[in-house]
Design a protein around this ligand. Structure first.
Ligand code: GTP
Ligand code: MG
Length: 305
């Protein structure tokens, strides 16, 4: 403990990032942690399970919990995703509602609010994507609406993408609301995600970024083989699951062009993650109704809560 901490105690605790799909929760997690640990895409429902990221500051340690975007569940996978959100809300010291400030209010917002109202936790409202809001007075009705719905500790406009008010403002604000306590993790333990999980997520992210319509929703990725052939060279096999043969054709693309592009993009990210060269082999497999298959969901890490 430093001399300074004799007067101000160190604080530590869990902070949930919750909100509607596509609001920018995972972008914010990555920006705050300072490393890409969660997949990000312009498609809703990118995040499928809980992802933890740790920030350690002189005043305290924040364990961020990124969660899937709140939506109406249609499949077992989506029910599990929503159970993860509920579970996160119960287990944290502080909740951050991430709201895309560039879109208007709808029934989905009310639903997220109800979850927060039920959890009765201290909460910050983070109005994200303010870089997209040219006239800031447009935020006033939104702020009004939210202020009437909950006793927010703070309302903070941010841009997770550009970094406005992210690293200089948010950690300080979050730490204020955490209990006094020792660090929960070592400073070098940035995340609870295994390297293999992060590799599978990198591949899935590239699929989300290069496909449209239903493909992002019906795709899952599993690392099936991992051979560290040499200290500086790893051979990785990933299976890409889709639900129908027609979807397999789309992912592969004409003359396998799309799969090749996914592989090129993923390999670049994987090599910077593992710190050396890799050979990435991608296989597309059809697994009918995998989103309702309990065993496969368990294998994919999409757990209950
Ligand atoms: N312009 C702008 N775009 C942003 C900002 N933050 C996130 N985005 C974009 O919004 C999209 C969704 O971002 P994600 O971080 O994947 O959103 P999410 O809330 O984690 O989404 P789910 O995991 O699907 O719930 C991506 O295309 C991001 O680049 C921001 O501050 N400004
Ligand atoms: Mg996400």
């Amino acid at each position: 403990m430093t001399a300074n901490s004799q007067t101000r105690e160190f604080r530590s605790g869990y902070v949930a990032l919750v909100g509607r799909p596509n609001a920018g929760k995972s972008t914010l997690l990555n920006a705050l942690v300072g490393q890409k640990i969660a997949a990000v895409s312009d498609k809703p429902q990118t995040t499928r399970f809980r992802i933890q990221g740790v920030i350690t500051e002189p005043e305290g340690q924040i364990v961020l919990v990124d969660t899937p975007g709140v939506h109406r569940p249609g499949y077992e996978m989506n029910r599990r995703m929503m159970a993860t959100v509920q579970d996160a809300l119960m287990g944290v010291d502080l909740v951050c509602l991430i709201r895309d400030a560039s879109v208007s209010t709808g029934s989905g917002d009310k639903f997220v609010l109800e979850l927060i109202q039920r959890a009765k936790k201290p909460a910050l409202l983070l109005l994200n994507k303010i870089d997209k809001v040219k006239d800031k007075t447009e935020l006033l009705p939104l702020l009004d609406w939210y202020q009437n719905e909950y006793d927010w500790r703070e309302l903070i406009p941010i841009s997770a993408l550009r970094g406005d008010d992210v690293n200089d403002v948010l950690p300080v604000e979050m730490i204020k609301h955490l209990p006094e306590g020792e660090p929960l993790f070592g400073e070098d333990e940035l995340t609870d995600q295994s390297v293999r999980t992060m590799v599978a997520e990198i591949v899935r992210e590239k699929i989300l970024l290069t496909t449209h319509e239903e493909i992002p929703y019906v795709t899952a990725v599993v690392v099936e083989k991992w051979d560290e052939e040499r200290e500086d060279f790893t051979r990785i096999h990933c299976a890409i699951f889709v639900e129908r043969t027609s979807q397999k054709k789309i992912v592969i693309g004409k003359g396998a062009a799309r799969l090749k592009e996914i592989g090129i993009q993923a390999r670049a990210d994987i090599e910077s993650l593992i710190g050396h060269r890799c050979h990435l082999e991608l296989f597309v497999k059809v697994e009918k109704d995998w989103r309702d298959k309990v065993g496969l969901l368990d294998d994919l890490g999409i757990r209950q809560g």
